[in-house]
Design a protein around this ligand. Sequence first.
Ligand code: GUN
Length: 292
Amino acid sequence: MTDLIDGKAFAEGLRSRVGELAAAFTAQTGRKAGLAVVLVGEDPASQVYVRNKGKQTVACGMASFEHKLPAETSEADLLAVVEALNADPLVDGILVQLPLPAHIDEQKVIATINPDKDVDGFHVVNAGRLAVGLPGFVPCTPLGCVMLLKDRLGSLSGLDAVVIGRSNIVGKPMAQLLIAESCTVTVAHSRTKNLAEVVRRADIVVAAVGRAEMVKGDWIKPGATVIDVGINRVPVPASAGSEGKTRLVGDVDFASCQGIAGAITPVPGGVGPMTIAVLLRNTLVAAHRNSG
Ligand code: GUN
């Protein structure tokens, strides 16, 4: 039997706790905790994320400041917006939606965000804090994955974890967080030799490669916990009426893991809903730090 890890339900619980703490913050300080989200351009997926972030921020009793800028916005103009948000005392957290248009240097923009408002945890100062074990902001998706893992497994100490993917947003911080939980961590990626064998050693598999259904059930050690970070849109297999239709799948071949994995996150409804819930949590933490 493979259990489903219900990230949607966990995220709802987290958001409701954050909502209570946000109300207490407002009662204490006379203002709402505030999150500013900056979107440059019209990427449809990013527009959906930003809309959801705004809605959930308000639903949690926090203030949402949205800055939607045209795709042609210059790097200098975007940096000026970030600097204005750094200086705004009503803004506790700043998130610049990625990816940015190609003419803008993402690292330069991230480096301009005040690290104490960097609720995405992407600034090198926060990456460094995570690496050396100092308190700071941790990227939302990997932090959400660790919350789900600890909820399922309790202590992670001594477990073998394989992270597939080495991005700054998921793979690298995920590895750091698992090291902090005393896992034995392997980071695999597109150049890894014998990936199936590497994954077969793992008690915990975190897949964050961005390749639809790449991780197969026969790579999974029986009973392992599988966290699927992937969100891939693929065409529905050809049949009458399916033309042009798509569906969401993860980086893990969900069907072939059934009966092998001990537990697995579904796509959608697993890791995805955790990201915004953790973002709201990080924003509340920032509000307390910045007003303390
Ligand atoms: N694009 C996709 N995921 C994220 C995220 O977590 N933060 C930001 N800023 N951009 C993203």
